[in-house]
Design a protein around this ligand. Structure first.
Ligand code: CP
Length: 315
């Protein structure tokens, strides 16, 4: 099957074949990243603009690294010093970036749907790097890539628990879409205000019983409390949240023996996860970050017109 998408907007719209194609391409790029010369000429002559209008450490740097490893020129748009501060709209900003000759835009924005909006008005590929509480597709792709590395390619029947602020999490939504398509048994757990039953039609189990949810899980993914998107108090205090739902050593003991601990970052140590677990041997948190480069290389390459079978990396 050839890759045909120009934009990456959501994981909701991807097929299992497309997820497999991205992971297959990322695996080949990951091998290239282990060489002494980590760069390939795949996007030489192309210019990628990282239009980040919300804070980011991992995603922004990984997209930057990925583009450079593909030999593209990269421009980081600095919202704080841009004419958006003078009232220029997102549409005008993006159309001007395209008029300046950008070949692709990677956008992070607080408004859900802004990548889709740009994809409808621009003639260049648009990649969603996180839009409000909606989706963070490359995070979902790197998370499932990391799970496949650790648990094996076939995730069917694997028990994956996502713990924390699901309601406001774009990471959770993208992971839910990918994991359900790949056949994993997904449980969402946390306080009922942050984990409402409205998620059940997506094909997941909703639980408010931490012990039952974590029992024999092969993956637990922690999410931080996203204060920046919450408009009302969702629980009495952070201390109470931690005492009821924070992952500590005792609770991690309820997981399957070989279970992995994941977190998309940024971590709030001592709130959703204790440091000894975040830094412990079951943690794959920094592997997720590392895999983010290869996965984003795959996305940039494919959405620029590349084909999965053309990336070959010798072992
Ligand atoms: N996981 C993630 O999106 O992190 P950043 O906000 O630092 O990019």
């Amino acid at each position: 099957m050839p890759w045909t998408r120009r934009h990456l907007l959501t994981l909701e719209e991807l097929t299992v074949t497309e997820i497999d194609q991205i992971h297959h391409t990322a695996a080949a790029f990951k091998k290239i990243l282990k060489r002494s010369v980590k760069k390939v000429p795949a996007l030489r002559g192309k210019t990628i603009v990282n239009l980040f209008l919300e804070p980011s450490t991992r995603t922004r740097m990984a997209f930057d690294m990925a583009a450079k490893r593909l030999s593209a020129d990269v421009i980081a748009f600095d919202g704080a010093s841009s004419s958006t501060t003078k009232g220029e709209t997102l549409r005008d900003t993006a159309e001007n970036i395209a008029a300046l000759g950008a070949d692709m835009i990677v956008i992070r924005h607080a408004a859900a749907g802004s990548p889709l909006y740009l994809s409808n008005i621009l003639n260049i590929p648009v990649i969603n790097a996180g839009d409000g509480s909606h989706e963070h597709p490359t995070q979902g792709l790197l998370d499932t890539f990391t799970m496949r590395e650790r648990l094996g390619h076939d995730l069917r029947g694997k028990k994956v628990v996502i713990l924390g602020d699901i309601l406001f999490s774009r990471v959770a939504r993208s992971n839910i879409h990918a994991l359900v398509k790949l056949g994993a048994a997904v449980t969402l757990v946390g306080p009922s205000t942050l984990v409402p039953r409205e998620f059940e039609p997506l094909g997941v189990t909703v639980s408010h019983d931490l012990r039952r949810a974590l029992a024999d899980a092969e993956v637990v993914m922690l999410l931080r409390i996203q204060h920046e998107r919450q408009t009302a108090a969702m629980f009495p205090s952070l201390g109470e949240y931690t005492s009821l739902f924070g992952l500590n050593k005792t609770r991690a003991g309820w997981l399957a023996p070989e279970a992995i601990i994941m977190h998309p970052g940024p971590i709030n140590r001592g709130v959703e996860i204790d440091s000894e677990l975040a830094d412990g041997e079951r943690s794959v948190i920094l592997d997720q970050v590392t895999n983010g480069i290869a996965v984003r290389m795959a996305v940039l390459y494919l959405c620029s017109g590349g084909q999965p079978e053309n990336v070959v990396a010798a072992d």
